[in-house]
Design a binder for this molecule. Structure first.
Ligand code: FES
Length: 190
């Protein structure tokens, strides 16, 4: 990857075709429509939102394609993508874990639940486990304060939880993921 501007390369038409193939049509149309304007940070953010809306995350190739087609230095695009917490640089895992950090959950020990989850999964908030099974995020009140402290995994609510229950909870989802995998490979063999 490099920060070189496309206008300086002899083979730009060929490169441009490759970069355009990495982005969806609506993003290309948006970039093309605004090509003659000064690319403000807000336009860059809007573009990255569109890419993430399409792919679910911003991969290195997406960032480079945006940089090249918008003619913005890659360092700037990467800086924006990493600065704002709503941009996701890794694909989301099979199960999204949302730890409720709303007031009711917080006073009932949500912080300890969060710490146990980061320890067990070996990831921080906003990251996905290496096996691609879990992504960890936080949220505010999910509307089940009576069950505080609460964790949502996918669309299932778990609570009230204690840190010692976390390993078993994760095991259950790992077992489900393994079953799904077996089911999928059996279906492929048919
Ligand atoms: S504060 Fe956690 S469910 Fe309401």
């Amino acid at each position: 990857m490099s920060d070189c501007r496309p206008c300086t390369t002899d083979n730009w038409p060929e490169l441009e075709r490759g970069y355009r193939a990495m982005l969806p049509e609506d993003v290309l149309a948006f970039i093309d429509a605004n090509r003659t304007r000064e690319h403000s940070e807000s336009m860059l953010i809007a573009t990255l939102h569109m890419v993430q809306g399409h792919y679910g995350h911003l991969g290195p190739g997406h960032l480079e394609a945006v940089a090249q087609l918008m003619q913005v230095p890659l360092a700037k695009v990467t800086g924006v993508a990493t600065f704002y917490h709503y941009f996701r640089l890794q694909p989301r895992g099979k199960y999204l874990i949302n730890v409720c950090l709303g007031t009711a959950c917080y006073v009932k020990g949500a912080e300890k639940i969060a710490r146990k989850l980061t320890d067990e999964l070996g990831i921080r908030f906003g990251e996905t486990s290496k096996d691609g099974i879990f992504s960890l995020e936080s949220t505010r009140c999910v509307g089940t304060c009576g069950l505080a402290p609460v964790v949502m995994i996918g669309d299932e609510v778990h609570g009230p939880l204690t840190p010692s229950q976390i390993p078993n909870l994760l095991e259950g989802y790992l077992a489900r993921a393994a079953e799904d995998l077996v089911g999928e490979s059996a279906a492929e063999d048919r």
